[in-house]
Structure formats: C-alpha cells, structure tokens
Design a protein around this ligand. Structure first.
Ligand code: HEM
Ligand code: HEM
Length: 221
C-alpha cells in the first residue's frame, strides 16, 4: 500500500470536467441552427475556462503549473520509447505524452473558440468557417488520443488516473514525492458558480441577441 497524496487542486479538476461537458455539448449542438445559442454559450464557456487555465498555469499549485510539465524533446522521446517497451517512467503530474495532449487541446480550443466568435459576429467568411470546423474536429481527434493515453497509462502504471482527476489524490510508493498543501476549494467553487450562472442566466444578459437578423428564427436542421 502506498501513501495518498494530493496532486490536482480543485480548480484544475473543476476546469477539467467543465471543459469536458462544454466540449461535448458544443459538439452535439454544432450542426443545427435550432441549438445555436446553446452552442455559442458552451463555446464561450470553453474559452473562459481556457483563459482561466492559462492564468492558473502560472499562478496555480505545483502540478498545475506549466513549468512542471514542459519537457524537452529528448525526455519526451525517452518517455515514448519506455512506453513502447511497456515500462514507462512514472510521473506524479502530467507525463510528457499527456503534456503534449494538454497543450494541443488548449491551442485547438482557443483556435476553435476565437474563429467561432468571429463567425458569430459575422466577421470573416467561408475560410473562417472551415478553420472553425477543422479546429473542432482536430480537437475531437486529440480528445480521442488523450482518453486512449489516459487509459493506457492507467493500465501500464496500475494507477487509476481518472479517479485522480476526480478526487485529486494519487497513491505513491516512495516517500520522496511531494503533494500539494492547499486544494483551493473556494476557487473551484467560484468557477463552478460563475459557469452555472452563465449557463442558466445567459438569456437575461442579452448576449445571445442575434447579430444576424437574416438567420434569426430560421430553423434549418
Ligand atoms: C465561442 C465559441 C464558439 C462560437 C461563438 C461558435 C459559433 C459557431 C457558429 C456561428 C457556427 C455556424 C457556422 C456556419 O454557419 O457554418 C458554428 C459551427 C460549428 N461549430 Fe462552433 N462556435 C464556438 C465554439 C465551438 C467549439 C468549442 C466547437 C467544438 C466542440 C465547435 C464546433 C463547431 C462545428 C463542428 C461547427 C460546424 C457545424 C456544421 O455546420 O456542420 N464550435 N459555430
Ligand atoms: C472533451 C474532452 C476532454 C478534454 C478537452 C480534456 C482535456 C484535458 C486537459 C486540458 C487536461 C489537463 C488538465 C490540467 O492540467 O489542467 C486533461 C487531463 C486529464 N484528463 Fe482530460 N479531457 C477530456 C476528456 C477526458 C475524459 C473523457 C477523461 C476520462 C476518461 C479524461 C481524463 C483525464 C485525466 C485522467 C487527466 C489527467 C492526466 C494525467 O494524469 O496526466 N479526460 N484533460
């Protein structure tokens, strides 16, 4: 039996699961005009969450900080080689493969949302719509790789990474590894409250007043 230590703070966990919900919802509502407001609200949520995560990557706790999971190409290559041999090196925070997925997801999320906002404001044309769709589908591809990677690492290390992203805790064998001392639950609660208020109160903000009167009220499924 190992020792249970806290690795992921609450804001990082709340960020992750709200990101999953927003991405899934934005995808499912992307095809139909009828769900356009929901699509846009979830897209803005995704953008806000990513903005928070960029700040938290500098201000957050040890394993949430970008500097704790920026690896050199050599270390990344070594990790992939050791993974292929079936005995990858263990990392308490993100491993080099996970780190690549995280940065790709953040970058694609930003591209998708910024192009989405421009389209929604009627700025830009077909090229931007292409970009929006391409970034969103590429993100879906990286999500699939990310989930496969999480499951593969969990099996190889006999460690439940999904549970760790829910509870924040991991079990370690060695005493040398250090957990974080503050979970920042209050900040996680604030983020959750802001997102829920935005989801359930957006009609009152007037944000969704259709900027394009030509398509307002049209329902083309
Ligand atoms: C603030 C963020 C976002 C805004 C304002 C936004 C807005 C829009 C708008 C206005 C369209 C219709 C474009 C058209 O007329 O062809 C659209 C389409 C689409 N959006 Fe977004 N979007 C956002 C984020 C996202 C995200 C995060 C995803 C990925 C999950 C996504 C996936 C898609 C897809 C796949 C389509 C193409 C649907 C189709 O016509 O086949 N969007 N978005
Ligand atoms: C829309 C889908 C998803 C997106 C956009 C996404 C994005 C991310 C991001 C950005 C991180 C980095 C967390 C951070 O440091 O802030 C992460 C980590 C993680 N995600 Fe996801 N994720 C998605 C789906 C999932 C699903 C479905 C699972 C569960 C099967 C999952 C499990 C995890 C785990 C376990 C980690 C921590 C990995 C580690 O231990 O290094 N993710 N994800």
């Amino acid at each position: 039996m190992g020792v249970r230590i806290l690795v992921w703070d609450v804001p990082t966990r709340v960020f992750h699961w709200l990101l999953v919900a927003s991405f899934a919802g934005a995808f499912l509502t992307s095809e139909s005009e009828r769900y356009r407001d929901i699509h846009v609200v979830l897209g803005y949520t995704l953008l806000g969450l990513i903005a928070f995560r960029l700040a938290w990557g500098f201000l957050g706790t040890r394993y949430a900080q970008f500097k704790s999971f920026i690896f050199s190409p050599v270390e990344t290559a070594k990790y992939f080689t050791s993974m292929l041999k079936g005995s990858p090196k263990h990392y308490l925070g993100h491993n080099p493969a996970g780190s690549l997925a995280v940065f790709a997801l953040l970058a694609l999320g930003i591209t998708s949302c910024v192009s989405g906002v421009l389209i929604f404001q009627d700025i830009g044309g077909e090229a931007l719509e292409e970009l929006h769709e391409m970034a969103s589908y590429s993100m879906l591809g990286v999500v699939a790789l990310h989930v496969a990677g999480v499951l593969a690492s969990s099996l190889l290390h006999r460690e439940n990474l999904v549970r760790a992203m829910i509870t924040g805790y991991k079990s370690v064998q060695t005493v040398g590894e250090k957990g974080i001392s503050c979970a920042y639950a209050w900040l996680g609660a604030i983020i959750l409250a802001i997102v829920l208020a935005f989801w359930f109160g957006y009609q009152a903000t007037g944000l969704m007043g259709s900027p394009n009167p030509d398509t307002a009220g049209q329902h083309s499924e």
